[in-house]
Design a protein around this ligand. Structure first.
Ligand SMILES: *Cc1c(COP(=O)(O)O)cnc(C)c1O
Length: 418
């Protein structure tokens, strides 16, 4: 059996550092701007700030606000900034979580527990209605909380949620509607104002999943992006999820879940004192929470400020436009819908998208893949403004290669047949 065990003798840091650098040698060269998923790269300086701030508070614990008023203060400032950016009312409530999945879980839990308390929702009764493009974190939450989840087909011309179809899916058991700003597969913002109208009319909780857009769309909007109001400005929006470790450029392990009111938000929290350890209150799922992640989120936000985020957002949108224009100019690829933010998906129209992905990967580009329809999926960073032109060049070369292979394959089969 090849299960690893502890080394008999410990090793010093220089030895470990060398070993770990070697291990990292097999990873994608993300620092070069050739990775368009998993990492959000706002450049050396922001990365340095996150790294230093994380290290400075690496031992502190978010569970102990009285012991670490530093961490508690930074955490509350981060939450307040999120509430302000997303236009939550004065009574808004939020908490800092480990990531988007936890933020979504907590919003669904709060919704379910409020429904239990206020409308007598019984076990096994609650139902969520989400667009087909919603993140699987909703299914994970529904599974854990024993709720039914219904994925409703989206409009396949615009790749937006189909509000009428969602309305038609509502039953007496529906406790939550979901819209994304933007959705992950296509990078397109759902019609949140129309979903809000529906939610208000039917008195159902609307959650806006802005995990990937929450710290991007507010700045894109200021820069003139053509997106609907996607946040608490819509009266039907009761909660939002927004990840700091995506376009907030914070270190990983940082997201926010935000509620329209404190009363509502309290349904996600947990208090307990029937044990010998005394009173315990936690705002989210975790007990111990990393001081480093909280400090890094605060530090990066404070380092960038509004002008910094406007600049990173402008660069990401410019990178997306280079790729979008490149795709439009090339024969054999087509962008899905009209992406407005930092994500773009495009499909092969002459060759399978999987082959295009293979060709791009052979040239060192690493991205995700959307399956309906099969398409390339890029989530862009400011760093990509430098590399987007060479991405388009390589895409052109890959398409030419596939054209040639197609021709020679045709010739070969003609020859063979002959
Ligand atoms: C990333 C993402 C999530 C999940 O966030 P994690 O931090 O990976 O748990 C949820 N929804 C959307 C739209 C996302 O992009």
């Amino acid at each position: 059996m090849s299960r690893a065990t502890l080394p008999e003798q410990g090793k010093d840091w220089p030895t470990l550092e060398a070993e770990m650098r070697e291990r990292a040698g097999g990873d994608v060269a993300w620092r070069d701007g050739k990775l368009a998923v998993y990492i959000f790269n706002a450049g050396e300086e922001a990365m340095h700030v996150a790294h230093e701030a994380y290290g400075m508070f690496i031992s502190e614990n978010g569970l102990g606000p009285m012991a670490f008023p530093s961490i508690a203060g930074m955490e509350q400032e981060v939450i307040d900034r999120g509430l302000s950016l997303l236009n939550a009312p004065d009574d808004g409530f939020g908490s800092l979580t480990s990531g988007g999945s936890e933020s979504i879980y907590l919003a669904v839990k709060a919704c379910r527990d409020q429904a239990k308390k206020e409308r007598g929702l019984k076990p096994g009764e609650g139902q969520l209605i989400v667009p087909r493009s919603a993140h699987p974190a909703f299914d994970k939450a529904a599974h854990a909380l024993e709720l039914e989840i219904v994925r409703v087909p989206i409009n396949m011309d615009t790749y937006e949620a189909d509000v009428d179809a969602m309305a038609a899916a509502i039953t007496d058991h529906t406790i939550m509607l979901v819209g994304s700003a933007p959705n992950f597969p296509y990078g397109i913002v759902d019609p949140i104002p129309a979903l809000s109208d529906l939610a208000v009319a039917r008195d159902i909780w609307l959650h806006v999943d802005a995990c990937v857009g929450g710290y991007f769309a507010p700045f894109a909007e200021q820069l003139g992006a053509d997106i609907p109001a996607f946040d608490f400005r819509n009266p039907g929006v009761r909660s939002m999820s927004a990840d700091l470790h995506k376009y907030g450029y914070a270190a990983k392990g940082a997201s926010t879940v935000l509620h329209r009111s404190k009363d509502q938000g309290m349904h996600q929290t947990f208090t307990f004192d029937d044990w010998p350890g005394g009173h315990m209150y936690t705002p989210n799922m975790a007990g111990t929470r990393p001081g480093g992640a909280i400090a890094a989120a605060w530090a990066v936000m404070t380092h960038l400020g509004v002008d910094g985020y406007l600049d990173t957002t402008r660069r990401v949108i410019a990178a997306r436009k280079i790729i979008e224009d490149g795709v439009a100019a090339l024969d054999g690829v087509r962008t899905l819908g009209s992406p407005q933010l930092g994500l773009i998906a495009f499909e092969g129209t002459k060759h399978p998208s999987g082959k295009i992905l293979g060709g791009m990967m052979a040239r060192g580009w690493f991205s995700a893949f959307t399956t309906e329809p099969s398409s390339m999926h890029l989530m862009l960073s400011p760093k990509h403004l430098e590399t987007a032109p060479s991405y388009v060049e390589d895409l052109k070369a890959v398409l030419a290669e596939l054209d040639d292979a197609g021709e020679s394959a045709k010739e070969a089969s003609v020859n063979y047949a002959g």
